[in-house]
Ligand binder design. Structure first.
Ligand code: SF4
Length: 260
């Protein structure tokens, strides 16, 4: 992996800070200019009318649930960014934390803990005290879609937030895309050509200088039940990530005379 850092200011020179992002008021107009978009959407983001309507109906039906765009979880100084598809209705849309409360979260958080990217115990509850270590988790589409299926237009719209999320990360080295939709969203967020970086489980790409994109099949119930993604395959991906980060750290700490 190259040790060169990506210059994100070149990719998106007008990126606002997280603070600016959180100051965006609720009820943002569907056609909010790009320069006003932050890394985290406002709780009443209305850029996707179908998803906003679904959210409104869920708020009525399940008033105790989170029912809003699910914010990213983890630190902006993390070197690893995990990008999932979208919140599950009874998972993150209910609890308000990515992958928390649905089947996919069981395997993801277990693996993150095993590889040192999380500490504590995962109890499918945002109050479980679990902390991410050098890792952030976000979704390509921040609002729960009906039948777990965002339309291409919705993925295309929400990619603006993903782009800002990537820009806002201060030490980002690796993005793990869980599934093809997340993979495509990352490439779009980076303005990288999709044809140049085809999705494949375990594939490693360098779509921007100093930034590695690793693909995995999504750790969904369907994929694990059908054997498309086994626990061992998923662990292999995390082993590759941990090795890459460790090698990069060693390279940075080597005496400068050896890097000349
Ligand atoms: S999916 Fe993203 S862009 Fe669409 S309404 Fe939700 S937060 Fe806004």
């Amino acid at each position: 992996m190259t040790s060169q850092r990506m210059n994100r200011s070149k990719l998106r020179p007008d990126a606002p800070s997280d603070t600016q992002a959180s100051s965006l008021r609720a009820g943002t107009h569907p056609h909010t200019p790009r320069h006003e978009i932050g890394a985290e959407p406002p709780s009443d983001c209305a850029r996707c009318p179908r998803l906003a309507a679904f959210r409104a109906s869920n708020r009525e039906a399940f008033p105790d649930w989170f029912n809003a765009p699910v914010p990213s979880f983890g630190g902006r100084d993390s070197r690893l960014l995990v990008v999932g598809l979208a919140p599950g209705l009874k998972g993150a849309n209910r609890t308000g934390r990515p992958f928390t409360g649905d089947f996919a979260g069981d395997l993801l958080y277990e693996t993150l803990i095993d590889f040192g990217f999380a500490r504590g115990s995962y109890a499918a509850d945002p109050e479980d005290g679990l902390e991410l270590v050098d890792c952030m988790i976000t979704n390509a589409v921040r609002c729960v879609p009906p039948q777990n299926k965002p339309t291409p237009a919705e993925a295309n719209t929400c990619v603006e937030f993903l782009a800002r999320r990537i820009e806002a990360q201060t030490r980002l080295e690796i993005i793990l895309a869980l599934g093809r939709i997340a993979h495509d969203a990352v490439l779009k967020a980076l303005d990288a050509r999709r044809a140049a970086y085809p999705f494949a489980h375990g594939a490693v790409h360098t779509p921007a200088p100093g930034l590695v994109l690793i693909d995995s099949f999504h750790c969904s119930r369907y994929n694990t039940n059908t054997g498309r993604l086994t626990r061992s395959m998923f662990r292999d991906v995390f082993a590759a990530i941990a090795k890459s980060l460790s090698e990069h750290r060693k390279a940075l700490s080597a005496p400068s005379s050896r890097r000349d």
